[in-house]
Write a protein that binds this ligand. Structure first.
Ligand code: M6R
Length: 373
């Protein structure tokens, strides 16, 4: 049942290229330059007129929501707010019929997320669920559903559901963009080409498995870890930290790299591993600026004797001379490099947890689906 892998988590990490192929299948057309989603109860006129998107989710799905915010704002030019479902439901949120409320949930059964969905419906908002389980509560109750076809996820630590959620959010962004006429067929086609190239790049990234197993030998005794990133890589830093704490019980925190001077710098010493998520899209000015700024954060960490593990784009020689350890991922657009960059973080957490003798698939105190508050 584990397909020759020692744990479900490792199997599911390796299933990511397939999960993404399946999530894209039948939904994108290079010929038409369009994205096709299943019919929803939301009329076309509403899709054309949304003024705002609010996303509610928990845990790893909330990290996917943060990536989704960047992608939807960039591609559909709509403002997006991201909320923890547990906060949204008790917050008296400002909502109206021009707000699309999106919930993201692998299981479709998370109590807070389902409650957020019901609250949004109650207030008359169109609702949309990104969900991995057909027939689950969220999938049944939302006005529109985009199923991630990741297949059953058994490991408590979410991996393939996360990367599939990012791809689903990308599709939603393109769908909104084409309805709002901010994206032409040629624009959509260019994005679809990048999405279709992603599974092969993920396969190449999975080739780093042995290198990360090796790296885990050096770091499995650490008591704390810091994860840093900017832009779309900040939620990836948060996700890397969550993976590590949940399965290895090592304390880990994620920060936007630009926040270091505002407090976290005080934590840095020679015992603190710092994982810096810093791929770069050549020719994208915003990405280049973020990269340069993160590179100076790296120099600051080095000046304080911190030990850096950098996740970079293949061919990045600048970082190679500065960081102790460099894990390259294939070149991709800024948004899609988030999907590639999380893979080494999943593998690092996995190998560290195995070395510490932890119950990887069933970490203490956690359940796969949180159906009670
Ligand atoms: O099924 P959901 O996506 O609604 O679950 C949300 C969280 O409980 C879940 O992502 C949790 O954070 C994972 N254990 C993280 O690996």
């Amino acid at each position: 049942e584990k397909g020759g892998f020692k744990h479900f988590m490792l199997k599911e990490i390796h299933e990511q290229p397939r999960a993404i192929r399946e999530t894209l299948a039948g939904r994108v057309s290079l010929d038409d330059g369009r994205v096709y989603l299943d019919p929803t109860k939301i009329p076309d006129s509403a899709w054309e007129g949304f003024r705002r998107v609010v996303i509610a989710a928990c845990g790893t799905s909330w990290h996917a929501a943060l990536v989704g915010k960047s992608v939807i704002e960039e591609l559909a030019r709509l403002p997006v707010e991201v909320d923890y479902a547990s906060e949204f439901r008790y917050r008296n949120p400002l909502l109206d019929e021009h707000t699309l409320v999106v919930v993201i949930t692998q299981s479709g059964e998370t109590a807070d997320t389902v409650a957020a969905l019901r609250e949004a419906k109650h207030r008359g908002c169109p609702t949309f669920a990104i969900c991995n389980v057909p027939g689950s509560m969220a999938a049944r109750e939302a006005d529109g559903v985009l199923l991630t076809h990741a297949g059953p996820e058994i490991s408590v630590a979410s991996t393939k559901a996360f990367t599939s959620q990012i791809v689903a959010l990308y599709l939603l962004a393109l769908y909104l963009g084409q309805h709002r006429a901010v994206l032409s067929a040629a624009d959509v086609r260019a994005h679809v080409e990048q999405l279709l190239a992603l599974p092969t790049k993920l396969e190449a990234t999975l080739g780093q498995d042995a290198a990360l197993a090796e790296l885990s030998k050096e770091f499995f005794r650490a008591s704390d870890f810091l994860y840093l990133g900017r832009g779309v890589h900040f939620p990836i830093a948060l996700e890397g930290a969550l993976k590590l704490k949940e399965i290895s019980y090592i304390h880990a925190e994620g920060f936007p790299a630009g926040e270091m001077k505002h407090g976290p710098n005080a934590l840095i010493d020679e015992r603190l591993p710092v994982v810096m998520v810093m791929p770069r899209e050549a020719g994208n000015p915003a990405s280049e600026v973020r990269y340069e700024k993160t590179l100076s954060n790296l120099q600051e960490v080095k000046a304080r004797d911190g030990c850096v593990i950098a996740i970079v784009t293949e061919g990045d020689t600048q970082t190679a001379t500065l960081a102790e350890h460099v894990i390259p991922v294939p070149a991709a657009s800024d948004a899609l490099s988030a999907v590639l960059a999380v893979v080494p973080l999943q593998l690092l957490a996995y190998h560290i947890a195995v070395r510490r003798g932890c119950d990887v698939d069933q970490p203490r105190n956690l359940a796969k689906s949180v159906t009670v508050e």
